[in-house]
Design a protein. Structure first.
Length: 333
């Protein structure tokens, strides 16, 4: 059984996916009915939207731009993040999401493309973003910033998916860190990491990017931001790797007693990064996957251990997606 309505319609292998994208885009140029069907599939199925219209950029790689096709360990995470927005809107009650991720697992592109689809589709949708400093929120030239990624992703969509009347030069504001959909009033808005971030505003979903970073934790900035956001949105995402063993994000990840959604993107579940990989336990290298044991003799004798993509030296806790853990909310809510 398919996990989403159009899951079986798109190729999962990158080269075949690229060929498929080219075929369907060419047909959509001349077949209006097919184009409408393709658009409707993207708006109904977030994984299909990603696999058809979204991309990933990594300047370290030989092929720096690749089709964004969710890996199996990402699929349930992205679906849960998307579903949390629906559930928080329907209940009009807080439903916070913690994304506890290893680095280089596509978590940032994942939540950006989830929000981009809703920006295209949902009238008056509004997403807010804050990261550890303002320089990482928006830039016309810095690919590390959130809004460079959003603008880049919008620019790579087929023209017929863009909102009527949309002009990036007109509807993106670098000074206000915002992108407006002129057809339905939806907005994507970035904020600097100040004490009163988002205060006075209202958002459908608000993401605290790299919530566990030292810049957030030092001086209690993470606590101030969380307090400021508690009336801004019913769906607050905290997305981060485990940088330090303290702070709001770390404590939320470790707390199993409160309602919410705790999701994990673990490098060990990645079909590429987890292949032939080892962790060190008790001074000995141990294969991550049982089928890859025993450890090859050359590695055992030379003490070689490879932990591809690990965010820190401490092992990432293995927690099944949808384990109930929440970010702390103000007692007034």
């Amino acid at each position: 059984m398919s996990i989403t309505p159009f899951y079986d319609w798109y190729p999962k292998e990158p080269a075949e996916n690229l060929r498929w994208r080219r075929r369907v885009r060419e047909r959509a140029m001349v077949d209006l009915r097919f184009r409408h069907g393709l658009y409707d599939a993207c708006m109904e199925d977030v994984l299909f939207f990603m696999a058809f219209g979204c991309w990933a950029f990594d300047p370290r790689a030989k092929e720096k731009v690749k089709p964004f096709i969710p890996w199996p360990h990402q699929e349930s995470v992205f679906l849960a993040m998307d579903r949390a927005i629906d559930e928080s809107e329907a209940s009009e009650r807080p439903l916070d999401v913690i994304l506890d991720k290893s680095r280089a697992q596509g978590g940032t592109f994942g939540y950006l493309w989830i929000d981009l689809r809703r920006w295209l589709r949902d009238p008056m949708f509004s997403a807010g973003y804050v990261t550890r400093n303002e320089m990482l929120v928006d830039s016309a030239t810095d690919a590390d910033t959130l809004f460079w990624k959003l603008a880049w992703g919008i620019g790579r969509l087929p023209w017929w998916m863009l909102p009527a009347g949309f002009d990036m030069k007109k509807h993106r504001s670098l000074s206000a860190h915002s992108i407006l959909n002129p057809a339905n009033g939806a907005t994507l808005v970035g904020y600097s990491a100040g004490q009163d971030v988002g205060a006075g505003g209202r958002k459908t979903v608000f993401t605290v990017d790299e919530a566990g970073a030292r810049d957030f934790v030092s001086g209690g900035k993470d606590e101030a931001i969380q307090e400021s956001l508690h009336d801004v949105s019913n769906c607050i995402r905290m997305v981060s790797a485990r940088y330090v063993d303290s702070g709001v994000f770390h404590n939320a990840c470790e707390d199993r007693e409160h309602g919410g959604i705790h999701l994990v993107l673990d490098w060990k579940e990645n079909p590429v990064h987890g292949l032939n990989s080892y962790v060190v336990r008790g001074g000995r290298a141990e294969a991550v996957k049982a089928e890859e044991r025993p450890l090859p003799s050359f590695a055992a004798t030379n003490g070689i251990a490879r932990a591809a993509g690990a965010a820190t030296s401490r092992p990432t806790p293995v927690i099944a997606p949808m384990t109930t853990v929440s970010a702390p909310r103000s007692a007034s809510r």
